[in-house]
Design a binder for this molecule. Structure first.
Ligand code: SF4
Ligand code: SF4
Length: 82
């Protein structure tokens, strides 16, 4: 199997998040999942798994502007855990 590659990353403002979960199915490579922890308003927020492409779909779909999206110049390789 090949290792997972991240071509971008996101910064998530978890305290802004209202937990609507719209971003999770909107992410094409499916690398967002809702946290088990809660923010200060008591709702779960998205967490990023390896494999972000930097596509910006999460930024476009989030009604509360929780995402900043960055693209790496050189993709980041995440070796698979042994
Ligand atoms: S930028 Fe694209 S790939 Fe990365 S978390 Fe957002 S929707 Fe998913
Ligand atoms: S779309 Fe925005 S407000 Fe909704 S869960 Fe995702 S980050 Fe939170």
């Amino acid at each position: 199997m090949s290792d997972v590659v991240s071509r971008g990353t996101v910064v998530i403002d978890r305290e802004r998040c209202k937990g609507c979960e719209l971003c999770v199915p909107a992410c094409p490579p499916n690398v967002l999942r809702m946290s088990t922890a809660r923010n200060r308003t008591g709702v779960p927020y998205p967490e990023l798994l390896p494999g972000c492409t930097g596509c910006g779909a999460c930024l476009l779909v989030c009604p509360d502007f929780c995402f900043e999206v960055f693209r790496y110049e050189d993709p980041l390789h995440h070796p698979e855990a042994p």
